[in-house]
Write a protein that binds this ligand. Structure first.
Ligand code: GLC
Length: 743
C-alpha cells in the first residue's frame, strides 16, 4: 500500500514549544482547565450541551461522536467563538478498523506478523482521519492470561515479547513515521497498567501484581509503545495493588515519565477520575481531582471532575498553577504537532473517497487470512475440494455480520461483513450451498453497551419451542449434505468490555448441535468465530478439522473460504493458551517451575478431576504442509555477562505445498537471584517456504533478552547462570541447546 504523504510541514520541537508558550500566555485558568477536559458528544451520554461548553472554552476534546459534519460544527465554535480559539481533538475507539473492519487485535496477534497490525492500523487511521477523527483510543496493550476476561479480544494475548512487537507496529500504523503525519491519528496506549489480571477474569475488578510481574510481563508492551513514539496513554479503571491506576503516581509519573521519559499526555478511562470516589480511594470529587492531577493524569474523560474542581483547587492554593499548566502544555503540544491550528476542519467528501479504496478490502482480507489458526486437520479433510456440489453451512454465526466483524465496533458503525455463508457461496458459484442457523445464542445477562448503543446486536431470544425447531431443521439440513461446515463460537457482545464469562464452553446448545451433526457420520469442518479461547474439548477429539477464525472483520467470509478451499495455506499461531476448563484460568505457558514439574516422575495433574495441560498451547498452529526445524546452533556455548550470542536453526518445508511457519525461540534460566519461568519467548519469525525449501533463521540473545527485573535485587539484573534454549513451532518446542552466561 503506498503511503502517500502530504508535504504539510511538521513543526520542529522548538516551534512546538514556542507556539505552546504563546498560547499559554493568553489563556485564563478556566481555559487551561478546559483543555484538561474531554466531554462526551454522544446523545446517549447525559451531560451539558457540548456546543455551549466548547463556546465557553470548557473542553479540549470530544469523544463518542462519529459525525463529520458535527465535528466541523463544533470545531467552528471552538476555533471562532471560544475565548482562546484552540481547536478540539476528536477521539473515538478505532480498535480494528473504522469502516473497513480488520480482524480483532487478538486475531492479528495470531498472525505473529507485526506488519499485519501496522498495515491494518494504517488503513484504520486513514479512514478515521478522513472522517474527521484525530485520536484513537488504541492500541490496547493489556497482557491477558485469563480467558474468562472479555477484553482479551482487544489485545495481543499472554506474552510480553509478542505483545511488545504488536504494540510498536500498531503505534506506527496509527501515527505514521511521526505525530502529525497526514492521514494518520494520535494513538493511545491503554489501559495502563495491569488491567488484564483482574481477579477471576472479572472485568474492572482489582488487580494484584508484584513489581517483578508488572515489569517483566505487563509493562513491556507499554514501553514498546513509548519507544515507538505513542502520543498518549490511557490510565486503567481498576485498583492496582490497592491504588487505582488513575490516581497512581507510581504508574503515571515515576515509571511512565521518570523512567520511560514519556512526553505525551495521559487521559483517564471513561469517568475514571470521578470513579476514584466510588472505588473508596478519594473522599469526594475535589479530592479525586487533586489526587488524579497530582499523580500525573492530564485529561479527565467525561467525568466532569476536573472542570468542577481544578480551578478552585488552584485558587485556594491547594494545587499549584504550574501543575495544571504542565498538563495543558502536553495537550497543546499534541494539537500543534497534529496541525489542528492550520487545518481544524475536515473535508466532508473525503471519507467516501477513502473508504472506497480497493486496497482497503484487500488489506482486510490478507490480514484475516494471516490471522487464522488451523487447530486440527485429521485425515487432511482440509482443504476442501472446489468441485463440491452439496455443502451445508450450519450454525448461529454462519451468516452473522456482527460475529464476523467482532467486538469493539466503532460507535455508530453498522456491521457489513462478508459472512462465512456468503464467502462459501461466492467460492462455489452455481452450487446450492444450504444453510441453517440452528438455535440462537445470546448472553444470559444483556450487555450494558447493547442498551446504550443504537442498533443493538442482541437478537430477540427464541422460545424453547422455536429453538428446538431450529435445532431439528439444522440436523435435517446437514442430513442432505455431503460436507458440513459448522460455524460456532461467540456473538460479538460475548467478548470485549463488561463481557467476562465464568465458562469457556460454546454458549447455548452449540455443542449439542455439533455432536448431533457429527453423529450423522459425514465430514464436518468446525469454523470458530470467537473473541477468547474456548474449551472445545469434545470438538478437539471428535471434529476432524477445526479452524480458529477469531473475529475476522469485513472480509472474514472470503478469507475463511480462501483457507477452507486451499487458496491460502493457514499459518497463524495461538497468542494465548487454550485451557481445558474456565476453572483452570489463569493458565499461561511462562510459569515458574514447582518442585514437581510436569516432566518429573512424581508429577500428577494438579487437579484430581482432570489434566491441567492446555487444550492447545501458546504458539500452536498447523498448516496444510509440514515443516521440520533442525540444526539448532549457538554462536558460542558461553557468553560473558552483557555479551550476545546468535542462535540459528534451519526450517524446512517438508511437505508438498508452500506455507508459512512461525519459528519461535524460548529460554529458561535454570537458577538465579530469582526463580525464572520454565519458558519465555524471546524471538520469533514468520517465514514462507516453498516445498523443499530450507531457510536458516537467526536470533540474537543479549542482556535485554537474558536479563530481568529481580524481586530479590529490586532492580534489572542479568545473572551468570546456565540457560536452556529451545527453538520450535510452539511453546512445547523440544529442539534444545544449552548456553552458559559467565562473569
Ligand atoms: C471504555 C473503555 C476504554 C475506551 C473508553 C472510551 O470504557 O474502557 O477502552 O477507550 O471507555 O470509549
Amino acid at each position: 500500500m503506498n503511503n502517500k504523504m502530504n508535504t504539510q510541514a511538521i513543526p520542529t520541537e522548538a516551534e512546538v514549544v514556542a507556539r505552546v508558550e504563546a498560547l499559554m500566555g493568553r489563556m485564563s485558568l478556566e481555559e487551561k482547565v478546559g483543555q484538561l477536559t474531554q466531554i462526551a458528544g454522544a446523545p446517549f451520554f447525559p451531560g451539558p450541551e457540548p456546543a455551549e461548553v466548547i463556546r465557553q472554552g470548557g473542553a479540549g476534546s470530544v469523544l463518542w461522536l462519529n459525525d463529520t459534519q458535527q465535528f466541523n460544527v463544533l470545531q467552528k465554535i471552538a476555533v471562532e467563538e471560544s475565548p482562546s480559539k484552540i481547536p478540539l481533538l476528536f477521539a473515538l475507539d478505532v480498535i480494528h478498523g473504522y469502516r473497513t473492519i480488520f480482524p480483532v487485535p487478538l486475531a492479528m496477534a495470531s498472525s505473529w506478523d507485526p506488519s499485519v497490525a501496522e498495515r491494518a492500523q494504517t488503513v484504520a487511521a486513514r479512514e478515521a482521519r478522513a472522517a474527521g477523527l484525530h485520536w484513537t483510543f488504541g492500541p490496547m496493550l493489556d497482557i491477558a492470561r485469563d480467558a474468562r476476561w472479555g477484553r482479551i479480544v482487544e489485545g495481543a494475548g499472554e506474552d510480553p515479547v509478542l505483545g511488545a512487537a504488536m504494540a510498536a507496529a500498531q503505534v506506527r500504523g496509527f501515527q505514521g513515521p511521526s505525530l502529525g503525519t497526514p492521514e494518520h491519528v494520535v494513538a493511545c496506549a491503554k489501559h495502563f497498567a495491569g488491567y488484564g489480571a483482574a481477579d477471576g477474569g472479572r472485568d474492572y475488578d482489582p488487580v494484584y501484581l508484584p513489581e517483578s510481574r508488572l515489569r517483566n510481563v505487563y509493562f513491556p508492551p507499554f514501553q514498546a509503545a513509548v519507544k515507538a513514539g505513542v502520543g498518549t496513554f490511557m490510565s486503567a479503571y481498576m485498583d492496582l495493588n490497592d491504588v487505582p491506576a488513575s490516581g497512581n503516581r507510581f504508574l503515571l509519573s515515576d515509571v511512565l515519565r521518570g523512567e520511560w521519559g514519556f512526553k505525551g499526555f495521559v487521559v483517564s478511562d471513561a469517568m475514571a477520575v470521578g470513579n476514584l470516589v466510588i472505588e473508596g480511594f478519594a473522599r469526594d470529587g475535589r479530592d479525586a481531582a487533586l489526587r488524579a492531577l497530582s499523580a500525573g493524569l492530564d485529561m479527565d474523560m467525561a467525568s466532569g471532575t476536573y472542570p468542577q474542581y481544578l480551578a478552585g483547587l488552584v485558587e485556594d492554593g491547594t494545587l499549584k498553577l504550574a501543575d495544571i499548566e504542565t498538563a495543558v502544555r502536553r495537550i497543546l503540544a499534541i494539537k500543534v504537532r497534529m496541525g489542528l491550528f492550520e487545518q481544524p476542519y475536515t473535508d466532508e467528501a473525503k471519507l467516501a473517497q477513502v473508504v472506497a479504496l480497493p486496497e482497503h478490502c484487500q488489506e482486510a482480507r490478507l490480514a484475516a487470512q494471516r490471522s487464522m489458526v488451523l487447530l486440527r486437520n485429521e485425515g487432511r479433510l482440509l482443504p476442501l475440494s472446489n468441485s463440491l456440489t452439496n455443502v451445508a453451512v450450519i450454525g448461529p454465526l454462519a451468516d452473522s455480520m456482527e460475529a464476523t466483524e467482532g467486538s469493539w465496533m466503532v460507535f455508530g458503525h453498522t456491521p457489513a461483513a462478508v459472512t462465512v455463508l456468503e464467502g462459501i457461496r461466492a467460492r462455489l458459484p452455481g452450487v446450492k450451498v444450504k444453510y441453517a442457523p440452528g438455535p440462537e445464542i445470546c448472553r444470559d445477562i444483556p450487555s450494558l453497551f447493547d442498551e446504550m448503543m443504537p442498533g443493538s446486536n442482541e437478537k430477540a431470544v427464541q422460545t424453547p419451542e422455536q429453538a428446538e425447531a431450529a435445532f431439528q431443521e439444522a440436523i435435517a439440513t446437514a442430513h442432505t449434505a455431503d460436507v458440513i461446515v459448522m460455524v460456532l463460537g461467540e456473538n460479538a457482545n460475548m467478548a470485549g468490555e463488561a463481557a467476562s464469562r465464568a465458562s469457556l464452553d460454546l454458549p447455548g446448545r452449540q455443542e449439542e448441535l455439533l455432536k448431533a451433526v457429527v453423529a450423522l457420520g459425514k465430514p464436518v469442518v468446525l469454523v470458530l468465530l470467537n473473541g477468547r479461547p474456548l474449551s472445545i474439548n469434545w470438538a478437539a477429539e471428535n471434529v476432524p478439522a477445526i479452524l480458529e477464525a477469531w473475529e475476522p472483520g469485513s472480509e472474514g467470509g472470503h478469507a475463511i473460504a480462501d483457507i477452507l478451499f486451499g487458496d491460502v495455506n493457514p499459518g497463524g499461531k495461538l497468542p494465548v493458551t487454550f485451557p481445558r476448563k474456565a476453572s483452570h484460568a489463569p493458565l499461561y505457558y511462562a510459569r515458574d517451575l514447582s518442585h514437581q514439574p510436569e516432566d518429573s516422575p512424581m508429577y500428577r495433574s494438579r487437579y484430581w478431576d482432570g489434566p491441567t495441560t492446555p487444550l492447545y498451547p501458546f504458539g500452536y498452529g498447523l498448516s496444510y504442509t509440514t515443516f521440520s526445524i533442525s540444526n539448532l546452533k549457538a554462536s558460542a556455548s558461553q557468553v560473558k555477562l552483557g555479551g550476545s550470542v546468535t542462535v540459528t536453526a534451519d526450517v524446512t518445508n517438508t511437505g508438498s505445498v508452500a506455507g508459512d511457519e512461525v519459528v519461535q525461540l524460548y529460554i529458561h534460566q535454570k537458577a538465579g537471584r530469582d526463580s525464572r519461568p520454565m519458558r519465555e519467548l524471546k524471538g520469533f519469525e514468520r517465514l514462507t517456504l516453498q516445498p523443499g525449501e530450507v531457510k536458516t533463521v537467526p536470533f540474537s540473545l543479549g542482556p535485554t533478552e537474558l536479563g530481568y527485573w529481580s524481586t530479590n535485587a529490586g532492580k534489572w539484573v542479568q545473572d551468570a547462570e546456565a540457560f536452556d534454549i529451545w527453538v520450535g513451532a510452539d511453546s512445547l518446542a523440544t529442539l534444545h541447546v544449552e548456553l552458559a552466561v559467565t562473569r
